[in-house]
Design a protein around this ligand. Structure first.
Ligand code: B4P
Length: 193
């Protein structure tokens, strides 16, 4: 199995790039943001709890997202690899993911970290908010809270994987295809090893 984490702040383009990467490399896409939004759309108890947290720009509790990922891994036993998008976001989520992958006798091959300035992130998310219908994209204060939450709780994820020399920084500004090419070049290097 070949497993990738696509990492970066909110609005850095994880969802955008994931769509193209899963098509090219035939990976199973696991986006905790997408799973949570599906729970919200279906008005499940988990979705109702998650919505109030996401609308404040905060992270959903670790045990909730770890449970979601564990179920998703079990539901996809025969895939060639996973692309984790927006997960892990805390050290507890990193440790849980390592354990879950060990049970499947696999590991993370690389963490591709998209680097985008705060000004550009705010611009992109407000722009997406015009059409996405996402309540966490329409208010600049909520967007700033998400970026602060990322700085306080999620940057440690890169530090966690740096100890295993798995992190590669990718310039996340420029055209979508330029960024896609940079990501593919890093993946191809590892696939050919
Ligand atoms: P996510 O759904 O993960 O999404 P995101 O961080 O908002 O966006 P992403 O980085 O995917 O950006 P995108 O490609 O869409 O998180 C939402 C919320 O869910 C979190 O705040 C949290 O509350 C909760 N959550 C999710 N996972 C969690 C976890 N593990 N633990 C706890 N809570 C969790 O791009 C953004 C915009 O930029 C788009 O409009 C796109 O068109 C545009 N864009 C992309 N690339 C561009 C480029 N190169 N140039 C110009 N524009 C570009």
């Amino acid at each position: 199995m070949f497993n990738i984490i696509l990492f970066g702040p909110p609005g850095s383009g994880k969802g955008t790039q994931s769509e193209q990467l899963i098509a090219k490399y035939h990976l199973k896409h696991l986006s905790t943001g997408d799973i949570l939004r599906a729970e919200i759309a279906n008005k499940t108890p988990l979705g109702l709890e998650a919505k109030s947290i996401m609308d404040k720009g905060q992270l959903v509790p670790d045990e909730v997202v770890i449970g979601m990922i564990s179920s998703a891994l079990d539901a996809n036993p025969n895939v060639s690899g996973f692309l984790f998008d927006g997960f892990p976001r805390t050290t507890a989520q990193c440790e849980a993911l390592d354990k879950l992958l060990q049970l499947k006798k696999t590991e993370i091959a690389v963490v591709l970290a998209l680097d985008v300035s705060e000004e550009e992130l705010i611009k992109r998310l407000l722009n997406r908010g015009l059409t996405s219908g996402r309540s966490d994209d329409t208010n600049e204060e909520v967007i700033k809270a998400r970026i602060t939450e990322y700085r306080n709780k999620t940057t440690v994820v890169a530090d966690y994987y740096k100890q295993f020399k798995k992190v590669v920084m990718i310039k996340g500004e420029g055209s979508i295809s330029e960024i896609f090419d940079s990501l593919c070049s890093e993946i191809d290097k590892r696939l050919s090893n």
